[in-house]
Ligand binder design. Structure first.
Ligand code: IPE
Ligand code: IPE
Ligand code: MG
Length: 252
């Protein structure tokens, strides 16, 4: 049976709703081919396309892609400029494909820190794809978990000062309403390509109970089949959320 046929047999509970990916290894991939780092980013676009298609075909609801971190602003200016130019160009070229596949595109992060033309294009594509009913793709841009938590804290204090939030109301259930991810479930799966074992400031609050997958493939080599294998692996894991294995087995 093919990978996708096996996925189609999974129950609702076995199928992840939200997959998040740290797309790492573009630079090393390029170096290994004797190319400049920027070529790795360009090649990575093909992986993004394949992964979006694969997630849609598998029936995933949310796919969050870490495309540019707060700390990535510390890279050489020419690399930052190339990444932003690639983002703008890719959105332009992929729009038709996104519409055809009914993909809804959203962003999280400090979008106001991006160049104006890039912000405009992002809000345009967000608007154009708003009513699509397929997979929701969330691009994390100028994003970091610590930035998000600081931002949430500032907004909570603002609401307290304005009298719309009481300090007593602050709880584990309330805090997610102040995060960029307020409209989506926490990721069931977090994938990091590129062979490193770290989180690099991604979705710190949201990954409390996420299943982690670290894969050796560099991002430009990642394809939908890698994603499908991970989904099948996930479906065999027992998520206990602090309970005992026996308790979980007896839950329906
Ligand atoms: C990930 O690939 C893409 C971004 C961080 C924008 P890298 O550019 O980090 O590639 P490596 O990790 O240096 O190989
Ligand atoms: C993480 O990759 C950020 C993105 C994939 C956008 P990095 O390459 O920036 O992470 P570190 O520096 O290896 O931790
Ligand atoms: Mg990297």
């Amino acid at each position: 049976m093919s990978l996708i046929e096996q996925i189609k047999l999974l129950t609702d509970k076995q199928l992840p709703k939200h997959i998040a990916i740290i797309m790492d290894g573009n630079g090393r991939w390029a170096k290994s081919q004797g190319l400049e780092r920027v070529h790795g980013h360009q090649q990575g676009v093909l992986s993004v396309r394949s992964t979006i298609e694969g997630a849609g075909e598998a029936g995933i609801r949310f796919l969050t892609l870490y495309a540019f971190s707060t700390e990535n602003w510390n890279r050489p200016k020419f690399e930052i400029d190339a990444l932003i130019a690639l983002l703008v160009q890719t959105i332009h070229l992929e729009k038709e494909n996104l519409m055809k596949n009914r993909v809804r595109l959203q962003t999280i992060g400090d979008i106001a820190s991006l160049p104006a033309h890039c912000q405009e294009q992002l809000s345009q594509i967000t608007r154009d794809t708003r009513d699509n009913t397929g997979l929701t793709v969330i691009l994390a841009l100028s994003y970091s978990g610590r930035w998000e938590l600081a931002h949430a804290l500032k907004n909570m204090i603002r609401d307290i000062n304005e009298g719309t939030l009481c300090p007593e109301q602050i709880s584990q259930e309330k805090i997610p309403h102040y995060l960029c991810t307020r409209d989506m479930p926490d990721p069931d799966i977090l994938i990091r390509t590129g062979g490193d074992y770290r989180i690099s400031n991604f979705l710190l609050w949201q990954i409390a109970y996420t299943e982690l997958f670290f894969v050796p493939a560099m991002w430009p080599d990642f394809r939908k089949e890698h994603l499908w294998n991970i989904i099948l692996d996930f479906s065999k894991r027992q998520r206990r959320f602090g309970k005992t294995g026996e308790q979980v087995e007896h839950e329906i």
